[in-house]
Design a protein around this ligand. Structure first.
Ligand code: DX5
Ligand code: ZN
Length: 215
């Protein structure tokens, strides 16, 4: 069954605890935490201080998406804050697998993410070291953007590459996921749907989540 990971970036931060309890009650699987540094992406969001507090009020796995330059400086901070999956951008780490190995050594699951224009073939050497491949279906930096359908070919390539090499990484998709785009992503083979704006704006979050999870 598809894993659903709400992006808390779309929550109302003046009542974040309540907004997390709402999605927990709706049956979500993970919490997706979008970290933006104003450098790798133009926007700023939150850091380990908030993630630690989220971890303190929820038993759900934390899927931390680092949209930051120099992620190697912050691995300890995010793992200490409670990250279960810790994803860095391929465009930032290039072919350096050290950070992925360090994330694993320190007890979290390493992931990589790629923006829509980053060719997956350039990053194949990283795939032996990851537990999660986060396909961006919008350009990293802002919630509420429109789904870019062209990235589904990247999902299909990641499925084939995983099979060919016997890898076990999960494939996640992030950006513009709603009731129209989710079935397309699932048909292409994703295991995890990240949804922010559409999920938090849904009139009935539980039924939205049910639709996302249904096969
Ligand atoms: C974009 C973030 C996404 C985004 C998803 O930089 O990585 O997680 O917040 O939100 P929606 O569903 O609003 O596109
Ligand atoms: Zn994200």
């Amino acid at each position: 069954m598809t894993i659903v990971a709400p992006s808390i970036l779309a929550a109302d931060f003046t009542r974040l605890g309540e907004q997390i309890r709402d999605v927990e009650a709706a049956g979500v699987d993970w919490l997706h935490c979008d970290v933006m540094d104003g450098h790798f992406v133009p926007n700023l969001s939150f850091g380990p201080f908030i993630i630690k507090q989220v971890n303190g009020i929820s038993d759900l796995p934390l899927d931390v998406h680092l949209m930051i330059s120099n992620p190697e400086k912050y691995v300890d901070a995010y793992i200490d804050a409670g990250a279960d999956y810790l994803t860095v951008h391929g465009e930032v780490i290039k072919h350096d697998t050290d950070i992925l190995q360090e994330i694993r050594r320190k007890g979290a699951r390493p992931g990589i993410s790629l923006n829509p224009d980053a060719p997956i073939e350039d990053y194949f050497p990283l795939f032996a070291h990851i537990d999660l491949f986060l396909v961006m279906s919008v350009y990293a930096g802002f919630g509420g953007q429109k789904f870019i359908g062209d990235v589904l070919s990247k999902v299909r390539t990641a499925v084939e590459w995983r099979k060919k090499h016997g890898y076990k990484y999960l494939i996640s998709i992030d950006g513009g996921i709603n009731l129209e785009s989710a079935p397309l992503a699932k048909a292409a083979g994703v295991d995890v749907l990240v949804a922010g704006t559409a999920l938090y704006k849904a009139p009935d979050i539980a039924s939205f989540v049910k639709h996302l999870k249904s096969d």
